[in-house]
Write a protein that binds this ligand. Structure first.
Ligand SMILES: [Zn+2]
Length: 116
């Protein structure tokens, strides 16, 4: 999904923030089913351990929703609008272009922001 570091990697790359948010989104999204599967495995052996895993899974669900909200509130590096939200009540985290200015995801800004 993400391009390799070819030509990028600048310390102030505006897309780094989106990469971090996306990583958090995917990590928490994967951890929930893993923890629930772990709970089903340890449940028959130890009720107390299963409850601990259940609490961890509940915390992971909360972290997942927080990460999803953070990802969806990413602001476009060019126009400053909410990248994945064309309106107040619609959101599409799978967008490949900015909902407001059409900037393609991972596209280097270069001089485009100064052109006018
Ligand atoms: Zn934009």
């Amino acid at each position: 999904m993400e391009p390799s570091q070819s030509g990028g990697g600048a310390p102030d790359d505006p897309w780094d923030d989106l990469r971090k948010r996306g990583r958090r989104y995917r990590t928490t999204g994967v951890s929930v089913p893993v923890l629930l599967a772990l709970m089903s495995l340890v449940g028959p052996a130890s009720w107390c351990l299963a409850m601990l895993v259940l609490v961890a899974a509940a915390a992971a669900v909360i972290a997942f929703f927080a990460a999803a909200g953070s990802y969806e509130r990413f602001r476009c590096p060019r126009c400053g609008g909410l990248y994945f939200r064309p309106g107040a009540w619609s959101v599409n985290p799978l967008r490949k272009t900015c909902a407001h200015c059409g900037l393609r995801k991972w596209e280097p800004l270069g001089d485009a922001s100064n052109a006018g």
